[in-house]
Design a protein around this ligand. Structure first.
Ligand code: 2NL
Length: 344
């Protein structure tokens, strides 16, 4: 039995030498140290030995088992270290590789103008409202003093969905809604930016879908000079302290009196050039005192309250500010144009 044990020990160590991975190491352990291993069989056979040799053989058996367990443990450690090294080698990252490039977006010039304008009016205590692009005839026309037979309501100018529903032609309906919601509170100081729609042929200066920003102030004692003062402060904030505004008489059904508002030409500073057709002025806004009928319909007694309103086109302002000559360039989303508005 002693000889058997020595042979077994030698065979086990030799086989262990060949083991290279965890799977085979496990198999080796079952074979040489497990419940059905020869070592276990030998220890079970110990009972056959006489009382004198039994403890000596027992001690020998323990030594061999401990030696094999020790060899197993150090083998396991060296295999695990090797496997770990192989994993680390496979996962190595080459930190000298250049990073992947990601394109960063830019704020569209129209959005940029809208944001700039919003900031200016927020600074003067206005709130910003927005509302539906699909509107009712009532809010888009009726409530703005545009009765059914008015030429501005011509079928040719409006996208109708049904007889009552249409694509809003201006953002004014949201200002009417604001007045209805706010009354009888005062003052109202609101601007409404948003998309509007007109049945128009697209060309260099017209689009069937464009944006508008309208403003409305309602309170007791609002006068034309308030309108001029607010718009002049706005013009200075947007185009510089040298700016001035000029009002020319005009007509809108929802304001009385009405005015076209000119700014000093942003191209030639008033000296005269092709942009301002040598007048030194460029038209930027339409405005006026809110028509008394519009105030009354929205719930503000026009014998007590008055107000002013104005409207402008962010596209036109973006074109003047950034030297864009065809409005369609603002809708084509050509990256060569848009990239010029990316912050570096
Ligand atoms: C323009 C002219 C304008 C208004 C819009 C308005 C709104 C209400 C009452 C009265 Cl609720 N008026 N809006 C007034 C005058 C002019 O826009 O040329 N827009 C591009």
């Amino acid at each position: 039995m002693k000889q058997e044990l020595a042979t077994l020990h030698a065979k086990a160590l030799q086989e262990l030498d060949d083991v290279q991975d965890t799977k085979r190491l496990g198999e080796w352990r079952v074979a040489y140290l497990g419940k059905k291993s020869e070592l276990t069989t030998l220890s079970k056979q110990m009972g056959q030995l006489d009382a004198q040799t039994r403890p000596l053989f027992g001690q020998l058996l323990n030594e061999r088992r401990q030696a094999l367990e020790g060899a197993f443990t150090s083998k396991r450690e060296s295999i695990e270290a090797a496997e770990q090294n192989a994993r680390l080698a496979a996962e190595t990252i080459d930190i000298t590789l250049p990073g992947r490039h990601r394109d960063v977006g830019a704020v569209h010039p129209i959005s940029r103008v809208i944001r700039d304008i919003e900031d200016i009016f927020l600074g003067m205590g206005f709130m910003i409202a927005d509302g539906p692009e699909v509107e009712t005839d009532r809010y888009n026309f009726e409530m703005l003093n545009l009765p059914k037979d008015h030429p501005a309501r011509d079928m040719q100018d409006t996208f109708y969905i049904t007889e009552e529903l249409l694509m809003r032609t201006h953002t004014s309906p949201m200002q009417v809604r604001t007045m209805e919601q706010m009354h009888p509170h005062a003052p109202i100081k609101v601007i409404v930016p948003g998309r509007v729609y007109r049945r128009d042929e697209d060309d260099a200066t017209h689009s069937h879908a464009f944006t508008q920003i309208e403003g409305l102030v309602v309170d007791k004692g609002i006068r034309m000079s308030d309108l001029k003062g607010v718009l002049e402060a706005f013009a200075k904030a947007l185009f510089g302290e040298h700016q001035r505004v000029r009002l020319r008489p005009s007509y809108f059904p929802f304001t009385e009196p009405s005015a076209e508002v000119d700014l000093v030409c942003v191209h030639c500073q008033g000296h005269g050039c092709r942009v301002c057709k040598d007048t030194g002025w460029i038209e930027i806004l339409g405005a006026g005192m809110v028509h008394p009928r519009v105030l009354d319909m929205a719930g503000y007694d026009s014998s007590i309250y008055s107000g002013f309103a104005f409207g402008m086109g962010p596209e036109r302002i973006a074109m003047l500010k950034y030297g864009i000559t065809d409005i369609r360039q603002l809708y084509q989303n050509d990256l060569r144009l848009l990239r010029q508005f990316a912050k570096v």
